[in-house]
Write a protein that binds this ligand. Sequence first.
Ligand SMILES: Cc1cc2nc3c(=O)[nH]c(=O)nc-3n(C[C@H](O)[C@H](O)[C@H](O)COP(=O)(O)O)c2cc1C
Length: 340
Amino acid sequence: MFDFRALRVPIVQAPMAGGPSTPELAAAVSNAGALGFLAAGYRSAADLDEQIHRARLLTGEAFGVNLFVPQPSAATEEALAAYVAALAPRAARYGVETGSPHPDDDAWAEKLDVLLALRPAVASFTFGSPDAETIGRLADADVLAVVTVTSLAEAQIALANGAPVLVVQGPLAGGHRGTFDPAAPPPRDDLDTLFGRIRHYTDAPLVVAGGLTTPASVAHVLARGAVAAQAGTAFLLAREAGTHPVQRAALVDPQFTETAVTHAFSGRPARGLANEFMRRHDPVAPLGYPEVNQLTTPLRAAATAAGDPHGTNVWAGAGFRSIRSGSAAEIVRHLAKEIV
Ligand SMILES: Cc1cc2nc3c(=O)[nH]c(=O)nc-3n(C[C@H](O)[C@H](O)[C@H](O)COP(=O)(O)O)c2cc1C
């Protein structure tokens, strides 16, 4: 079974669904001695299967695969209809229709079958905890299960289900907050406090994530006892990442000075560059994943095609201003510079 303590470089490249995570990125990170990740979210099971095979052609090292845990949606028909009306002028501007909401569990069972068949070293989960039976099946297949948590209560649930390792995700993290309950109030604890609370409760190895974009921030969480530092935003400009050119450009565009958390794009809280879509729609957007995500998909695609970073999500953590471009190996080496 994979052991984080055996990593040559105790850094994890966070899974980043929606484009940035590629087999090339995961393999390059793992080849550099850290742990690369594929992101299964939004992909079909067949696609995931292919990505794992491709990564294996590129590296003999361990890498991880991340899945979204299906959750009941908070969406109501009335709230979705009101949001469609609010989005109508934007849709008209792009000459597209809003998407049609429909139930979608992100092919959970099929993707689990892919994991059990292909046995990547690590499987991480976000938006919830797999049940004890699933974690047990993964362990039997020699796959280390890792569950993302954003509070002590979530850590307690994951540990009770048998999760051997947790990712403690702090509030400055880019992309979706891993919270089990999208309607939960925003976290009060900063990353250090959250880590301290969970560390006090369990001896399980803790991977720490959220806002780690500098060598000093990586060294800090490791010095506090994290088994590895997980960074996502820091890899968005990596050569091997699949980050869309519109998003790459926005990440270095001086007009974007801050990030904010919004559920306006997907119906779940997520952190990204504060842009016009967020400012306009966050106050009226309902919670409801995946329906809100489905509603906004054609609008975001049209904005991206038009090269407009104000009409789509540019997920990024609060530390985005200190990220660098270069090869994934260079980024790993940079982030590891102050580890003692
Ligand atoms: C573009 C992007 C996509 C993400 N997609 C996922 C994902 O598919 N699964 C997941 O567990 N976390 C995802 N995350 C969150 C990361 O796992 C991690 O918590 C976060 O990147 C850490 O904060 P940082 O971005 O400040 O390093 C994503 C983050 C970003 C920036």
